[in-house]
Write a protein that binds this ligand. Structure first.
Ligand code: PBG
Length: 335
């Protein structure tokens, strides 16, 4: 069959560079690598303990010994950072959350154990009081139930110092109090922790996507007031996120985070373009749960995992906190 060339066809054919895998790879603009992932982990007291989380299929709470095995698996797949979230027994929770700065408590022991067993693993910790307060809020309450900013900061600083002394590499305040980054930076410098880095949850929204996380750490049932809108951001706001990021950078944050992730990609791009600092996204528990629900029902293929993660990179994120870290790294390494 012959046909004549007809100039009405396009002069530019973008499809030429979509012709096969190697041509596509040659012009791919954004890469995803296991080193871009930070794996959040839930740690339990005890030995050889493993618990499933109903709303986060595939994620487990692990005792420290099993967490060390998990950290080794992550490292073998190229994931070099974990973020530790402790599961605290209800009997240890108090209104003032004082277990948060107990030097012998679960978080400090976990940091030390992981750094001893897997020294190459970068260990990050979450600073906020919600795992430790009987009311489930991230700070101290006044009589009306309002979270008191400045008094909370004093406790958060003690908590952050416990993590730094235990050997954490990165401290990640998720509490959204005003002024806490400066207070922590000053305290670290005063104790000589000049290289302990701070990743600030800068633009953290009061989101319904945190539900499964609160199940995972057992704070859901406790949450007095039912929400955190008096300190986490209103999800209608955009400029305010830039203001939050600017404050945290000025106060000494080394890295900033936008949270949740997928519904907030616009902010990742805007923060990266505006400030150019290392910018991270948190693909939170509810985003994980949505993807897993669809995958487990056969409604979506598990190819959506890497697609969702590269979306963060395309939006400008340097890295992503994701419960898919191990699975995504395996998919990348086996591709
Ligand atoms: C604690 C904290 C939360 C998350 C990270 N740190 C919960 C909250 O603010 O209520 C959420 C993480 C997730 O949903 O995956 N302050």
């Amino acid at each position: 069959m012959t046909y004549t060339f007809n100039r009405q066809y396009p002069a530019t054919r973008l499809r030429r560079l979509r012709y096969n895998d190697n041509v596509r790879a040659m012009i791919r603009e954004v890469e995803l690598h296991p080193k871009h992932f930070i794996a959040p982990v839930f740690v339990l007291e005890g030995n050889n303990q493993r618990e499933t989380i109903a709303s986060m299929p595939g994620v487990e709470r692990l005792s420290v010994d099993l967490l060390i095995d998990y950290a080794k698996e992550l490292l073998a797949e190229g994931v070099t950072t974990i973020d530790i979230f402790p599961v605290i027994d209800n009997s240890l929770k108090t209104p003032d959350g004082k277990a948060a700065y107990d030097e012998n408590a679960l978080t400090a022991r976990t940091i030390k154990a992981v750094k001893d067993a897997v020294p190459e693993m970068v260990v990050m910790t979450d600073v906020a009081l919600d795992p430790y307060t009987s009311h489930g809020q991230d700070g101290l309450l006044d009589d009306s139930g309002y979270v008191i900013n400045d008094a909370t900061i004093e406790v958060l600083v003690k908590q952050a110092l416990v993590h730094a002394r235990a050997g954490a590499d990165i401290i990640s305040p998720s509490d959204m109090m005003d002024g806490r980054i400066k207070a922590m930076r000053d305290a670290f410098e005063a104790e000589g922790f000049v290289n302990t880095a701070i990743m600030a949850y800068s633009a953290k929204y009061a989101s319904a996507y945190y539900g499964p996380f609160r199940d995972a750490v057992g704070s859901a049932g406790n949450l007095k007031g039912g929400h955190k809108k008096q300190y986490q951001m209103d999800f209608g706001n955009r400029a305010e996120a830039l203001h939050e990021v600017a404050m945290d950078i000025n106060e000494g944050a080394d890295m900033v985070m936008i949270k949740p992730g997928q519904p907030y990609l616009d902010l990742i791009r805007e923060v990266k373009n505006t400030f150019g600092v290392p910018t991270f996204a948190y693909q939170v528990s509810g985003e994980y749960a949505m993807h897993m629900a669809a995958i487990q029902n056969g409604w979506l293929s598990d190819a959506v995992i890497l697609e969702s993660l590269i979306g963060f990179r395309r939006a400008g994120a340097d890295g992503i906190l994701t419960y898919f870290a191990l699975e995504a790294a395996r998919q990348l390494n086996n591709a």
